[in-house]
Design a protein around this ligand. Structure first.
Ligand SMILES: [Cu+2]
Length: 319
């Protein structure tokens, strides 16, 4: 009884104070943390129970000097077997329901989130759903399920405050603000505003992941996937590609800057001004540059300068 109380209290404390997660910077993050902390609580309880039983057995039931007899032969124990089957079933089913609820609250079940016309029609129009069931009807594609995280049940049908097109490619992220045409290598978003990302991949599968938002979404070639969330705590957080996508996958990183709405507006205005003045290098069209200039853009970070490149070209032409 005393052991049970101590294990329960220790598990509850560690579940809430494990400190494994980085700062929770989005409205969705506490939902994920609630699920994670619940799992940590259960795991801590199981760990203490199993390891505690082992430690007690080691000392209490260890072989005495001169005792070479076998232990008692025990075969089968129905109540015990029901108990150790029943407890995991309750835990697994409970966690399934809990995680499904978290996913739904975050907007994972919003059929609009797939960015797929057919799914949108099927969801919006009951007649389309019926016609979609007729074999050979190519208009509706009921086999395609929604992917992505869309509007939460509370915000469904309402447009997001800020929309950003996200393109993943080997090996970078490019962010385009469709209303203003601003292109950036970093994702700026305003705090306490609904943000909707339209995520695409140019070549292979990538995954957009911001650990501090507790959000991760695959970028899929040929499809646009929505990721809708509300950043809350201003700061600079890493954007990590979480899908092995090629040789430089590990370097496919950027950052997201969550800032006060007025700072975000100021940034956007400065970017618009830069784009109009032609100073935005991300928006530069490489085809209009000479071969050396194009290479220089890519090699500047490697410490290779124009002269080295010119020499390389020179050598190349003569051999
Ligand atoms: Cu990638």
């Amino acid at each position: 009884m005393l052991f049970g109380v101590v294990i329960t209290l220790a598990s509850l404390w560690y579940g809430q104070n494990n400190g494994w997660m980085p700062i929770a910077a989005s409205q969705e993050a506490p939902l994920v943390d609630g699920l994670f902390n619940t799992m940590m609580t259960i795991a801590t309880g199981l760990f203490l129970l199993v390891e505690g039983a082992i430690v007690i057995a080691i000392f209490r039931f260890r072989q005495q000097p001169g005792d070479n007899t076998d232990g008692p032969a025990i075969e089968g124990n129905l109540p015990l077997e029901i108990l150790w089957t029943g407890i995991p079933v309750v835990i697994v089913v409970g966690l399934s329901i809990y995680s499904f609820e978290v996913y739904n609250t975050m907007g994972g079940l919003d059929p609009m989130a797939s960015g797929d016309r057919q799914v949108v029609q099927v969801a919006a129009n009951p007649d389309a759903q019926i016609s979609g069931l007729i074999p050979g009807d190519s208009q509706a594609r009921p086999d395609r399920v929604a992917v992505g995280v869309g509007a939460s049940p509370q915000t469904q049908g309402q447009p997001a405050d800020v929309e950003v097109d996200v393109l993943g490619l080997q090996f970078a992220w490019i962010f385009t603000y469709p209303q203003s045409g601003v292109v950036s290598g970093e994702l700026h978003v305003p705090a306490d505003r609904e943000v909707k990302l339209n995520i695409k991949a140019q070549d292979v599968l990538h995954a957009f992941w911001v650990p501090q938002f507790r959000l991760k979404q695959d970028a899929i070639p040929g499809r646009t996937v929505e990721l809708r969330f509300k950043p809350q705590i201003p700061g600079t957080y890493p954007i990590v590609c979480a899908e092995l996508c090629g040789s430089y996958h590990g370097a496919m990183r950027s950052q997201t800057i969550v800032e006060a709405p007025e700072d975000f507006d100021a940034w956007l205005q400065s970017q618009i001004a830069m784009t109009e003045a032609g100073e935005n290098t991300v928006a530069m069209v490489p085809e209009t540059l000479s071969k050396t200039d194009r290479l220089a853009l890519r090699t500047a970070d490697l410490g290779v300068d124009d002269r080295t490149l010119a020499q390389l070209h020179h050598t190349g032409h003569h051999h």
